[in-house]
Design a protein around this ligand. Sequence first.
Ligand code: GLU
Ligand code: MG
Length: 437
Amino acid sequence: MGEGEVVYLAWNDYVGVTRCRGVPATDVAKRMEYGLGWAVAGQALTPFDDIAPNPWGPMLEVRQTPVKETETRVDVWDDAPAFHFFLCDSKMPDGSNWDCCTRGFMLKALADFERETGFKFIASFEHEFLLSGAGLPEMTPFSLEAVRMVAPFVKELTHALQQADSGVETVEPEYGSRQFEVSCAPGVGAQAGDRAIITREVIREAARRRGYRASFTPKPMPNAVGNGAHVHFSFLDSQGANAAYDPNGTGGASRVAQHFIAGVVKHMPALCALVAPSPVSYYRLGPHHWSCGYASFGIQNREAAVRICPSPERDPKKKGRAFNMELRAPDGTASPYMVIGGLVRAGLEGIRAQLPLPAALDKDPAELTDAERAALGVVPLPSSLSEALDALEADPVAKAWLPPVMYESYTLVKRKEIEMFSGLDPAEICRRYHDAY
Ligand code: GLU
Ligand code: MG
């Protein structure tokens, strides 16, 4: 570590922004136990220069306490210092977990899942993002030319993601002009959320170093191609086998996986308030964009909110390994911690109630008639953040996933975002979110 190197203690808040405080690298060992103080009212920050009304005064502080295994140090640029940070747990001064810590929300859900099922939850995010910057031409969808136009960026990004131990698996062009995607191997338990945040920040850094900006906004412009943050997930049993897989189950899903999916579909409207949590999220969510518009389930179906992704493996002995499920609604304005926490909570409700797997749709649910959807119990997802918050309020089970003070403060921040943008031109809203994410 060179002189002048700064290590950032970082945390990802309600609005999915990674905030930080920094210390000289030479001093970081002293900060491992008690971290750094942060006024709790900071949790009421919007992604802009506004703060929402909140239940806290100016006094209370949490300790942003580094989680050792999240240390990330990327040093692949000759002309820039190493990018060095830890992700943190927000703790009360007495060392207990703070009820409003997003990472804590995920950890508690994961612990309950593990205790009740005996399985570990594993997940990975697909990161879609848009590059902007001077000199970037229009690009043809999915083309080799698109990635080669930014070949130095792609190389540095890949190197940086490897150094960050992000489990990078693909780096590729996407459908939109200047839209790219990175996907990573699944992380086990908390690592899934940590890895998603680390990956996103490393993508941002690699773009900055080339003079570009990477934006994870759900919708760069009202009619542009959206950026999703789909989550793939499955379960590991104590032998390391995929407990979500059963060759004899529908679509290859085990009984536990079937209940889990049913719980997610049932609570999907409320879950939107956590996984698609900004006004722009609802320019993206909707039928015909492969993002999803209905609380539905399908096998392979990219218009379903939850889909089964069958394994490509032909060897029956290995087939279980790659089998996974995917939640398509999340986007980059959500904290990955809130996404995993909410997803696991919803799935766990399905397991507890042993809910049956919903019918697998083999077409875009928007193509069904109202009567067909009603018969299948397929309901539309909220069409605005306000509707999503109402759905959360109206679902007492989902509402109770959040400790009362978290529910109150989280919804105050989200209502503040709605108020800030009500009546604004959609293109202007998209522009503001593009610049913030
Ligand atoms: N960009 C789409 C979305 O907003 C997803 C496209 C894909 O399936 O990769 O979710
Ligand atoms: Mg994609």
